[in-house]
Design a protein around this ligand. Sequence first.
Ligand code: S3P
Length: 177
Amino acid sequence: MRNIVLIGFMGTGKSTVGKRLAQSLAWDFVDTDYVIGEVTNLSVTEIFRRHGETRFRSEERIVVGRLSQQDRLVIATGGGTVVDPRNFEVLARNGFIIGLHASLEAILSRIGHKNDRPLLKGTKEAIEKLWFERQACYAQADFTVDTSRKNIDEVVNEILGELGRMTEHEFTRVSKN
Ligand code: S3P
């Protein structure tokens, strides 16, 4: 296992934490949404608007497949990436999966004012339903951090602590060629 993969609902801090974690490990950071934007030349919002979610998910699957073949990446996934079990399997085959959890309240207060997530445009009830439905997918992570009441440094330190506690053998799986 050679990558570190962050999974979790929108607004749990995957990208922010991922960037900082990659810096600490001196690994490269990639964000699947960003890569999808690069290959399609469209923002996530534009892909959803012009082509629909199905097209977005198919681009996402291709990007996940490509990134999973690389090494020493900290990969921030989109909130829906591991809802597709094929994506989870591919990512887990070559990566240590870290789940970022946050309470619905924390998520709503973090993302409430932003408007760049097509799936958060619905009612509070719809977001709540999605959050509940997806918890089982995120629970498959190898290790989970609750970010609800933590700042970025605290979350990153908790992850680094967990990586440090891994046995020599396990750590070799995520950090060496
Ligand atoms: C999605 C989450 C978004 C993005 C897209 C769909 C989801 O990523 O991939 O809007 O299905 O939860 P973030 O989790 O980075 O916001």
